[in-house]
Design a protein around this ligand. Structure first.
Ligand code: CO
Length: 460
């Protein structure tokens, strides 16, 4: 009987996808000790927007949250998502910062780091992978999934072989837009399994309604771990439901080690919180609807809604059809980047600009220029030469890794921050989100001085 394992996403991606990452630590603290007994392969709890949101909206130290989760869940592997050389953001950081971030993440409780790059440029994940392994954590490499004439099964399988060569212990297929079909997942998992002997994990979203079928076909092809969310926080733009897939897979003869009674307790807990988010208006019912437009236009749902709101703001919504025709052309010119942040914004804005100005590439965005100079990494396919020449002139695009051009930053920032930062973790929070962290530090100092006064009064 083949075993299928589960990564629970309620604390990270489900939280991010359904309620804009606004779940405070207090909302899930009481259930962590129970979750620890559920039998999850791992619990994804950190990275991505959770880190930013902790400081920006919840007045929480993200590192402290991580330590608290770890203390309550000593038996479950804690997992985070890392954008390779971009860490939690969209710009490239120098290697010393990447190494320090990984080292501190593991020291504060992370067991598995899922590392990906928007362009699948392997050079952008190698330092993070190396440092993860050095610190004794599990390095899982993720593929940003997309379809295009240059994204063949062979290319994906080769990419996975290179990742294995780097020492990663598992491969994740990251379908951030929920556009992967059951046939595509079956074919891709089969191709990867044929090429590399590593556990394969599938990460998808229910956005287009394909996810349950896509997960099932992935398992049939040999997928080992599925990303799912406890049922109350599943569906819509979130992951498929943990309990539902466990039920269906067991009936089909797969071994699932989850404890149903524990899952029910976990779900009962989050159900109460879900009702509160609905009552507070934190949960927009729109996130729960199945939206198949992404399948028609071959662009992620979030990108489509961004395009619509941008065109509306310019009083040009009647140009939407033209922009939707221009979008795949721009993507082709740029060598078919996966439409994940920041590429989705870059491609969308450039397509809209091309249409609104009535001339292609009359104005070229700053980010697109940097991309054409090679500053984001290697494009998956050939870039339109004419366009590249227009931006670069006679200059050659960067051949090496952009991070190699960056000066070390950690010690310098630490010295600049002085007493404002109480720890190396604070320095990393600041490097990742400078304004947000600065404000958070100030608020924290205020609260602490209040607490201090209060304590003194009590002593008196
Ligand atoms: Co996701």
């Amino acid at each position: 009987m083949r075993k299928v394992q589960f990564t629970e996403t309620v604390l990270r991606d489900a939280n991010q996808s359904l309620i804009a990452t606004r779940m405070p630590y207090a909302a899930f603290e009481p259930i962590l000790e129970t979750m620890d007994k559920a039998g999850f392969y791992s619990v994804e709890c950190w990275g991505g927007a959770t880190f930013d949101s902790c400081m920006r909206y919840l007045n929480e130290d993200p590192w402290e949250r991580l330590r608290n989760i770890k203390a309550k869940m000593p038996n479950t592997k804690l997992q985070m998502l890392l954008r390779g050389q971009n860490l939690l953001g969209y710009k490239h950081y120098p290697d010393d910062v990447v190494r320090k971030f990984v080292e501190r993440s593991v020291a504060n409780g992370i067991d598995i780091i899922r590392i990906f790059d928007a362009l699948n440029d392997i050079r952008n994940i190698e330092v993070a992978v190396d440092e993860t392994l050095k610190n004794g954590a599990i390095a899982s490499a993720a593929i940003s999934y997309t379809t295009s004439p240059v994204h063949t099964l062979e290319k994906y399988a080769e990419l996975c072989a290179e990742m294995k060569e780097m020492g990663v212990q598992s491969i994740c297929i990251k379908d951030m837009a929920g556009v992967m079909s059951p046939k595509e997942s079956y074919d891709l998992v089969s191709a990867i399994k044929d090429k590399v002997d590593l556990p394969v994990i599938l990460h998808t979203h229910c956005t287009t309604g394909l996810a349950f079928m896509t997960c099932l076909k992935a398992v049939e092809a040999g997928c080992d771990v599925l990303d799912t969310a406890i049922s109350t926080f599943s569906g819509g733009t979130s992951q498929p439901a943990t309990e539902t897939l466990a039920y269906a897979l067991r009936q089909l003869g797969y071994e699932v080690e989850l404890d149903d009674a524990v899952l029910k307790q976990v779900n009962d807990h989050f159900k109460k919180y879900w009702e509160k988010t609905l009552a507070d208006g934190l949960m927009d019912p729109k996130v729960m609807k199945t939206d198949t437009q992404a399948l028609n236009y071959k662009i992620p749902g979030g990108m489509l809604s961004n395009l619509i709101s941008q065109l509306k703001a310019q009083n040009a919504i009647e140009k939407l059809d033209e922009v939707l025709l221009e979008t795949p052309r721009v993507r082709e010119d740029l060598g078919y980047p996966p439409l994940v942040t920041p590429m989705s914004q870059m491609v969308g804005v450039q397509a809209a600009t091309n249409v609104l100005l009535g001339e292609r590439y009359k104005s070229i965005g700053k980010e697109v220029k940097a991309y054409l100079r090679g500053e984001y990494g290697r494009a998956p396919g050939p870039i339109n030469e004419e366009l590249q020449k227009k931006v670069l002139g006679d200059d050659k695009p960067l051949e090496g890794r952009y991070a190699d051009t960056l000066e070390p930053l950690f010690e310098k920032t630490k010295a600049e921050l002085g007493a404002k930062a109480r720890s190396d973790e604070d320095v990393l929070s600041y490097i990742s989100f400078p304004q947000v962290a600065e404000k958070f530090f100030e608020e924290r100092d205020k609260v602490d001085s209040r607490t201090l006064r209060y304590t003194i009064e009590r002593i008196d």
